[in-house]
Write a protein that binds this ligand. Structure first.
Ligand SMILES: Nc1ncnc2c1ncn2[C@@H]1O[C@H](COP(=O)(O)OP(=O)(O)OP(=O)(O)O)[C@@H](O)[C@H]1O
Length: 638
């Protein structure tokens, strides 16, 4: 797909005539009756060939190409304040064509004052003066150079406020909705923290081997004593933060490491033993290493960051979380700052903030008034359940090929839609919480590099995914109220049009989605999108409806609950409380979010973890290879 206009043109044909697009009885030629024909359509539409999974490669026990093993800048004791360039690494870190970049409309997000496309609410005991350029931030020269290499020309809204707050050594709660113009949460904590530590690393950091002169684990291994601990809910997010940390630590002494379930703990341990200043991870695997005090000590930690706190706290992980926050030998001195970042501020977040953050913490909330989702064209099409597969196939063939993310509501449906499209000749991959970590990393890599430009996934698996050039998001299934409803919808469509880019979100709607109708209409109106006729009944009587998604500060609810004090002012809306979530769904989300991480392998020998056992000792389960199996036509609802 060459441009956003191309997408619009192509889609117009489809959406102008939804009746033609999907009819009940036009299945005569669909699916094509032989395999050759079925492959022809996608080829004519310009899609690349589908790539079958290589199951043999998943059984390679010596595989070491995990995302968490990616190269990072290795410091040499002889360096002065700034290390020399490493051109090879620099190319990998900053010139990767698949690195997400700000789009042409990034400048529109810069407007401030009345013209700003976002609103800001700050609660602080001291006068917080936001910055408007990185130069005003007093950042370390190495960080400045790294920001230039990242092509970050100015800070995003959340960064404008958190950078000075963290420089002032405050605990911070940063709440920013997903997507433009609120994005940039990772930089909002990494930039100021790393910048502050860059000048002091030699003094504060634990001794480490001089890797430049060779590395022998038997002789040189040290205990990891990070200065920064970053906890996040999913492995994919942990890897993304690690990638950002590798870029922002470039040419400095700070050494980032990432640990997460599903990948061999042995390899992660080896990385930790080379020295670790910034530890990023999912809770289960961090706890595993905390139980091995000769491998990991938290006594030097100066900053603990809880990212996507609302997601992290969604299930009943309170005990695990308590251990993580206060367990082991965690530094409990007053020089330890706690930072929480989240898209919403639900009850669990409020409690966590009350338990760990200092009373004088700063709360910053960035939200989008007015045009709620900028730069995303949202199209809602009526499609009966039994027509969804045909509609999806037609849709994909109507548009010129572009990176497309397709959301369905269950893991089984992910497999099924993937098999179906693959068998029709489309270059798909897929991801969900039941896949092995190898498969998950492979899927994201194939999608990112456009080897497989169509990815099917569940909402929870794709939370926070930041992939370059996703120009089309399809809600094959719209999220049910119990799956987060409109909030989840926003998260999903926020995978396109990131950071000043543009994109398209197509959603299949039918009578089963009626509960989402009213919120969807409000959102469409507020973001100046067309409301289709079949949603007219949900038009609000209010002429100027105000859409509120997950970042409402819940003042209304606070009034309702009579809750106030330390955290009450930022109560959540009722969606966040998820009171009507059905148990099955909750369990699935928990599974998806935490995977093996959730299982504390307390009874395993030191140095082992359940996830490691699974990955290293049990080869990936043999599955029937995709594409070699015809779709069971009895099961297909045409
Ligand atoms: N100041 C900046 N200038 C340009 N690009 C930036 C800047 N800050 C962050 N980015 C880029 O914006 C993208 C989104 O950043 P990040 O993943 O931190 O956002 P987020 O707040 O987690 O987003 P979301 O909640 O929408 O998933 C990343 O590709 C990141 O590299």
């Amino acid at each position: 797909m060459e441009s956003y206009d191309d997408v619009q043109d192509a889609l117009r044909d489809v959406t102008n005539n939804p009746d033609e697009f999907v009819t009940e009885n036009d299945n005569a030629q669909f699916p094509p009756d032989d395999n050759e024909k079925s492959y022809l359509g996608p080829r004519e539409a310009g899609w690349t060939d589908p790539v079958p999974y290589s199951y043999e490669s998943y059984n390679d026990r010596n595989f070491a190409n995990w995302d968490g093993m990616a190269p990072r800048y290795e410091w040499n004791d002889e360096y002065g304040d700034i290390g020399p360039r490493n051109e090879e690494l620099e190319k990998q870190l900053f010139n990767d064509e698949f690195m997400p970049r700000a789009g042409l409309r990034f400048d529109e997000l810069k407007k401030s004052g009345e013209e700003a496309p976002y609103s800001v609410k700050v609660e602080s005991e001291f006068k917080l003066k936001p910055i408007s350029t990185f130069d005003e931030a007093g950042i370390h020269p190495v960080m400045k150079k790294n920001l230039e290499l990242c092509m970050y020309s100015w800070p995003t809204a959340i960064q404008c406020y958190t950078i000075p707050a963290i420089h002032e050594q405050r605990d911070v709660i940063g709440i920013a909705q997903t997507g433009n113009p609120c994005s940039g949460k990772t930089g909002a904590f990494l930039i100021p923290i790393l910048s502050k530590l860059m000048g002091k690393a030699k003094k504060l950091a634990a001794p480490r081997p001089n890797i430049a002169e060779g590395w022998d684990p038997k002789v040189n291994a040290v205990r990891a004593e990070p200065l920064v601990l970053i906890v996040c809910p999913t492995r994919e997010l942990a890897n993304q933060i690690f990638d950002d940390a590798r870029r922002l630590c470039y040419r400095s002494m700070l050494r980032p490491c990432v640990v997460y379930g599903g990948a061999p703990a042995r390899l992660q341990r080896e990385e930790l033993q080379k020295g670790c200043d910034i530890l990023i991870g999912t809770p289960g695997r961090i706890l595993d290493f905390m139980r091995q005090p000769h491998v990991l000590s938290l006594r030097r930690v100066r900053y603990t960051v809880i990212d996507e706190a609302d997601e992290l706290l969604q299930a009943d992980w309170e005990e695990d979380f308590k251990h993580l926050m206060a367990g082991g030998d965690m530094n409990e001195d007053s020089d330890h700052r706690y930072l929480m970042f989240s898209a919403s501020f639900n009850k669990e977040c409020r409690k966590l903030a009350g338990d760990y953050l200092s009373r004088d913490h700063v709360r910053i909330r960035i939200s989008r008034p007015g045009s709620a989702v900028r730069h995303i064209q949202q199209v809602i099409v009526w499609v009966e359940n039994h027509n969804k597969k045909k509609a999806l196939y037609d849709l994909l063939l109507s548009l010129r090929p572009t990176r497309t993310l397709i959301f369905v509501n269950s893991k089984q449906e992910v497999d099924y839609v993937d098999d179906f499209l693959f068998n029709q000749g489309l270059p798909t991959t897929s991801m969900h919480g039941d896949r092995t970590q190898r498969e998950r990393e492979d899927a994201i890599r194939s999608f990112r590099t456009a080897k497989c430009p169509i990815m099917i996934t569940t909402g929870v698996s794709a939370r926070g995914l930041d992939i370059v050039n996703v120009m089309h998001v399809v809600n094959y299934d719209l999220p049910r109220a119990s799956q987060g409803g409109i909030t989840e919808y926003m998260h999903r469509i926020g995978r396109t049009a990131r950071i000043g880019n543009e994109g398209l979100a197509t959603s299949f709607y039918n009578s089963r989605d009626e509960d989402l109708g009213p919120d969807l209409v409000k959102l469409l109106i507020e973001s100046h999108q067309t409301v289709p006729d079949f949603l007219e009944q949900h038009q609000p009587s209010d002429t100027n409806p105000s859409f509120e998604d997950d970042t409402t500060d819940g003042e209304a609810e606070k009034d309702k609950e009579g809750e106030d004090g330390e955290t009450g002012a930022w109560a959540a809306n009722s969606d966040d409380d998820d009171t009507d979530a059905d148990a099955d769904n909750k369990e699935e989300e928990a599974d998806e979010t935490w995977g093996e991480d959730a299982e504390g392998p307390a009874d395993l020998a030191e140095g082992e973890s359940a996830a490691e056992e699974q990955t290293e000792q049990e080869p990936a389960e043999e599955k029937p290879a995709r594409g070699r199996q015809p779709v069971d036509r009895d099961l297909v609802e045409w």
